[in-house]
Write a protein that binds this ligand. Sequence first.
Ligand SMILES: Cc1cc2nc3c(=O)[nH]c(=O)nc-3n(C[C@H](O)[C@H](O)[C@H](O)COP(=O)(O)OP(=O)(O)OC[C@H]3O[C@@H](n4cnc5c(N)ncnc54)[C@H](O)[C@@H]3O)c2cc1C
Length: 408
Amino acid sequence: MKHYDVVIVGSGHGGAQAAIALRQAGHAEPILMVSRDRNPPYERPPLSKEYLAGEKPFERIMLRPEAFWAERDVELRLGCNANEVDAEAHSIRLSDGESISYRKLIWAAGGDPRRLSCSGADYAGIHTIRSRRDVDALRTEIEGGARRAVIVGAGYIGLEAAASLRTLGCEVTVVEMLDRVMARVAGEELSAFYAAEHRAHGVDLRFETAVEKIEGENDRIAGAVLSTGETLPCDVAIVGIGIVPSVGPLIAAGAAGSNGVDVDEYCRTSLDDIYAIGDCAAHANPYAEKSVIRLESVQNANDMANNAARAIMGDKREYDAVPWFWSNQYDLRLQTVGISTGHDDAVLRGNPAARKFSVMYLREGRVIALDCVNNTRDYAQGRKLVEARAVIGRERLADLGTPLKEMV
Ligand SMILES: Cc1cc2nc3c(=O)[nH]c(=O)nc-3n(C[C@H](O)[C@H](O)[C@H](O)COP(=O)(O)OP(=O)(O)OC[C@H]3O[C@@H](n4cnc5c(N)ncnc54)[C@H](O)[C@@H]3O)c2cc1C
């Protein structure tokens, strides 16, 4: 059986950064990165933005030039699934039948897009956006003449896809079960602003509505039947309703976890010598009052990768990185810092009509998060307020005459 010092499962943001961080820290033993994806590591955020809109080719979204991995002596095994983990034997079984042994295993397998469960959900023309392959398939259909799109889910990915499809000239309807856009991650003020922007760009938004059935013709989607009884004729659908963490083999091997796999403050799972990072790793986050959550962001994947790599190199530090995130829709750049879930007050700073403003979220008088729209200055300066959980009066927070850095 071939042996590697470190085996990394997944070649997304977390997996790639883990390999980079290990080498930067002087790790010189063999590293293997196994991934189901057939492409060398690439960025995922552009998949619903510039790559979907055709504004960036694949070469410009690669995390490193292709030669980088061989130069750093990181072996890539692409198009290959990790099917089984034997935690006691310290080995994994791959989909090509080979078994590999490891000293340390880093599980960075992200998640698989949740799919529709209604009748007709298997028709051709129903897409998700998680991999390059997903987006290439969608783009091929749009280039082939698909014009009418139904997007299921008004979260970040659904809304970014809506904006990209509008720039490609598609007619777009977004169907959302809840009563506003980005309901799980943003306050009401921000949701209202983004809903108005999408409508102004010609997107038809339907709230408190579900897709109950997909109608087809010749095994291809022809329409989405809504809970309102209406049928939306369409050529393609995009389903953006979240992910299912890709942790099956780890859980089968005995790792603790219900929503993903549980990790401690050093990204260690309950199994010896197995770490988990990124979208699939449930952890007690200090910015969520230590509640156990999974964060789906590039920041979290990279910072957990650094944390796990350090722990493997004997430099253990508790995971306490400040969460941050961004989303581009049309000419709007949303940047968030902190976690707003559980806020009991929100302060608007600036004027949404000027398309440059921030929303500051408070809990028990402390600043816990900011959403900044076209306002990089507030975002950069506000981070310190979140780190300090600063207590600052509402009026002062809203005062545009006082830069946030002066409030720390
Ligand atoms: C369309 C889109 C837009 C996004 N936009 C933003 C954004 O604007 N800002 C932001 O901060 N975040 C954004 N995100 C989220 C961000 O990309 C993820 O949080 C990040 O990619 C997580 O990294 P990861 O390494 O945990 O997982 P992933 O990047 O998903 O990588 C997981 C890898 O594991 C592989 N894999 C899975 N199971 C197995 C297995 N059993 N064996 C082998 N390989 C396996 C997969 O093929 C994949 O290569 C976006 C995500 C998507 C999909």
